[in-house]
Design a protein. Structure first.
Ligand code: IDP
Ligand code: MG
Length: 134
C-alpha cells in the first residue's frame, strides 16, 4: 500500500452533461484529496502528447478530435493507492461493460465518450500531471 498522486480529467462529454460536480463528489466521498484543478480546452499538440501511447491506433484521430472538442477539468488527486482507487471509481474503459455504481457505468454508453480519464499507473500519473500541471 502506498500514498499516491494521480491525474483525473472530466472529458468534454462530462462537462457538456453537467457532471463536473458529480465526478468530484465521488472522489471526495471516497476520502481522496483534491490537490490541484484547472479548466481548459486541450490543444491538438497537447492531446497528441497526452494520448501518445495510442498514436497509430484506428481510433486515435477521433480520440484527439473528441478530447479537443470542448473544455475539460483536469485534476490531481492524492490518497492511499490513489491510482487504482480512482480507476475503480471510474469503471472499465467500455461503458457498456462498466459496473453500475461506477462513473462510466452510471453515465455513459459509448467507449469514445466515457466521461472521465484516469492515469493507469504511478508512472503515467507522473507523466500526465507533468503535462497538465508541470
Ligand atoms: P482508459 O481511458 O480506460 O485508460 P485507454 O485504453 O487508455 O482507456 O483508451 C483511452 C481512451 O480512448 C478511452 O477512454 C476511450 O475513450 C478511447 N478508446 C479506447 N479504446 C477505444 C476503441 O476501441 N474505440 C474507440 N475509442 C476507444
Ligand atoms: Mg488510459
Amino acid at each position: 500500500m502506498a500514498h499516491q498522486h494521480t491525474f483525473v480529467m472530466v472529458k468534454p462529454d462530462g462537462v457538456r452533461k453537467g457532471l463536473i460536480g458529480e465526478v468530484i463528489s465521488r472522489f471526495e466521498a471516497k476520502g481522496l484529496t483534491l490537490e490541484q484543478m484547472r479548466m481548459l480546452t486541450i490543444a491538438e499538440e497537447m492531446a497528441n502528447e497526452h494520448y501518445g501511447e495510442h498514436a497509430g491506433r484506428p481510433f486515435f484521430p477521433s480520440l484527439v478530435e473528441f478530447i479537443t472538442s470542448g473544455p475539460v477539468v483536469a485534476m490531481e488527486w492524492s490518497g492511499e493507492e490513489a491510482v487504482s482507487v480512482c480507476r475503480t471509481i471510474m469503471g472499465v474503459t467500455n461503458p457498456v461493460e462498466a459496473a453500475p455504481g461506477t462513473i462510466r457505468g452510471d453515465y455513459a454508453l459509448e467507449i469514445g465518450e466515457n466521461i472521465v480519464h484516469g492515469s493507469d499507473s504511478p508512472e503515467s500519473a507522473a507523466r500526465e500531471l507533468g503535462i497538465f500541471f508541470g
